[in-house]
Design a binder for this molecule. Structure first.
Ligand code: NPW
Ligand code: ADP
Ligand code: K
Length: 531
């Protein structure tokens, strides 16, 4: 499990060590980790360390101090280092160390910003150490102008170098992932002590590049993470496995209320997602013409008629491919929610359900649908506002509805109403294709049918009871993302259609389940990339 924290949590975790007078030791560890990551990245790109150039943009706080100490290490390794001081002061000891190591200092206040930006953009490595967890808002004044000019000089030009963010890209909010432009997009973010939640949520994740965590000795001081990500070991541990004497009913039956005359394909894709995700049986309820198509496409599915209450299932999937005029289907969706069984509610069901729900109801809106949901509950967010603050929006929706809320996107966030959030980023942009969400709903429905009643399973895996439904939804999002990626990889990175996600899922499932599943480890820090 990858755990991410807010900037405030990280600062609290640092406090006992700072009180013990170890502030400089922490900074040296952070800076050393940053320098090592830069060297590793240079080598991975086939570039020499000795003689390559590095420009370090530094602010007046400790983030700038990290950057300057790291630059001193890199200067000692023979890199041509320039520090650009963006503020009227700099961390004094770090600046002195940098100058002792032979680095060159330039002051933003003394230089013509255009020339400075052009010089910086040409460096083999640009380190952004202007703002860290102590930032209030985004970059201001001449530092903002400099970063904007560097970002522009790098866009479109065949910039040979790469950008490394120190702790986080300046302008990205460590807690929320909200972005105050201008921000210099990083190829690599080297973050200290633990991942910051804002690096793993959109839009912050757009600017973070690959994220690596450098342990600095504060890892034992963390409490409840602000955001968690299931890694392959967690997925392997959470995947349901049939017992030797399992039968189709003991494995879990999913009832699917999806599709309409206008969107019959959604029912098929939801069923295909569910069938690929290990469910014992799928029962489909819907209009006869849609049921005919479902039978033809997926002969494994048992099509039924009548009310939701007449069909015995362990979980429901409702809403994919349904519109406001599909009264009979919407009534089934409401009945499914009233049944008290776990439900994944997608698309057309979202506006039709009661405002007050429960954690075993998993809502799966995309950003536009989440904005509509929040507006219905009295908010004024539009789609753009949700996209600009995904973490806050998904948390608010879960708190207001009492449901588990999954917000789809490049990073899919799942918020439990009790407070925990998961964020998965396993996919590929090729997943943004019509019907992809229907397959996701099918996968989550199948997992709810198999895992819904197994409270112990999650406890053993380190997931607290209140976050159990969110963990199931995150597991579904992870499998969906990995299946989409595998389908695209099988075409050498080419495009995929939604059905291909379901087709590649069993193989992805098999592959990940062979990984060690020695239980969920709490993993605050690691030198492996997070993504
Ligand atoms: N604690 C430790 O020992 C360790 C900390 N570590 C590192 O320290 C980082 C946190 O350091 P930090 O607290 O000094 O804050 P930091 O992010 O550098 O910026 C604050 C400074 O910038 C200024 N400023 C604020 N907002 C601004 C804006 N919008 N635009 C312009 N300026 C702005 C503000 O000045 P003010 O505006 O208040 O006068 C203040 O002086 C953390 O991310 C990690 O990298 C690691 O080394 C591990 C050990
Ligand atoms: N840029 C992206 N990168 C990765 N995954 C994406 C991206 N955009 C969308 N997705 C995923 O694709 C799916 C799209 O679902 P949705 O918007 O409901 O589409 P549809 O309604 O057409 O099925 C979601 O699982 C979402 O997380
Ligand atoms: K930074």
């Amino acid at each position: 499990m990858i755990s991410a924290y807010t900037g405030t949590q990280v600062r609290h975790a640092e406090e006992p060590l700072l009180a013990a007078g170890l502030g400089d030791v922490l900074m040296q560890r952070a800076a050393h980790g940053l320098a090592v990551a830069v060297i590793r990245e240079l080598k991975a790109r086939g570039l020499r360390v000795y003689g390559s150039s590095v420009a370090v943009l530094t602010g007046k706080g400790n983030n700038g101090g990290d950057g300057l100490y790291a630059a001193a290490f890199l200067a000692a390794r023979g890199m041509r280092t320039t520090a650009i001081l963006t503020a009227d002061s700099a961390h004094p000891q770090a600046l002195a160390a940098f100058e002792r190591a032979g680095g060159r200092v330039r002051h933003l206040s003394d230089a013509a910003p255009g020339g400075l930006a052009a010089d910086t953009a040409r460096a083999d490595v640009v380190i952004d150490a202007v703002l860290g967890t102590g930032a209030k808002g985004g970059l201001r004044g001449s530092a903002a102008a400099l970063i904007a000019a560097i970002a522009e000089a790098r866009t479109g030009s065949a910039a040979p170098g790469f950008v490394v963010a120190c702790d986080l890209p300046s302008g990205v909010d460590a807690d929320t992932g909200e972005v105050a432009q201008p921000v210099l997009a990083a190829d690599l973010t080297v973050t200290f002590g633990a991942a910051k939640a804002g690096l793993l949520a959109d839009p912050g994740a757009d600017f973070s590049g690959r994220v690596e965590v450098v342990p600095i000795g504060i890892e034992e001081n963390f409490e409840r993470p602000a955001l968690r990500r299931l890694d392959d070991g967690d997925i392997a541990a959470l995947l349901p496995r049939p017992e030797r004497r399992a039968h189709k009913y003991s494995r879990g039956v999913l009832g699917v209320v999806a599709g309409s005359a206008d969107y019959p394909g959604a029912a098929v894709l939801a069923c295909r997602g569910a069938l690929a995700a290990g469910v014992g049986m799928v029962r489909y309820l819907g209009p006869p013409e849609v049921a005919d198509l479902v039978r033809e496409s997926c002969p494994e599915v048992v099509c039924s008629t009548g009310a939701a209450a007449d069909n015995r299932v362990q979980a429901w999937l409702v809403g994919s491919g349904m519109g406001p005029g599909d009264h009979e289907q919407l009534q089934r969706a409401r009945d499914a929610v009233e049944s008290g069984l776990p439900v994944v509610a997608d698309a057309g069901a979202l506006p039709a359900l009661p405002d007050a729900l429960a954690p075993h109801v998993v809502l799966t809106p995309h950003a536009g649908e989440l904005a509509a949901l929040l507006q219905r509950l009295g908010g004024d967010e539009d789609r753009a506002a949700v996209e600009a603050g995904t973490l806050a929006a998904v948390r608010r929706a879960a708190a207001l509805t009492g449901a588990t809320v999954l917000l789809k996107g490049a990073t899919t966030l799942v918020a439990a109403p009790a407070g925990g959030v998961f964020g998965q980023s396993d996919g590929t942009p090729w997943l943004a294709t019509a019907g992809s969400g229907d397959v996701l709903a099918g996968i989550i429905g199948a997992l709810l049918a198999q895992l819904g009643s197994d409270v112990e399973h999650f406890g053993k895996a380190g997931v607290e009871p209140g976050a159990r439904w969110a963990a199931v939804a995150a597991l579904g999002a992870a499998l969906h993302g990995k299946a989409g990626r595998a389908a695209s990889d099988a075409c050498l990175g080419g495009p995929i259609a939604a059905g291909g996600i379901a087709d590649s899922l069993p193989h992805v499932w098999g592959k990940v389940s062979t990984l060690s599943n020695g239980g969920i480890r709490k993993r605050n820090s690691h030198s492996q990339p997070l993504r």
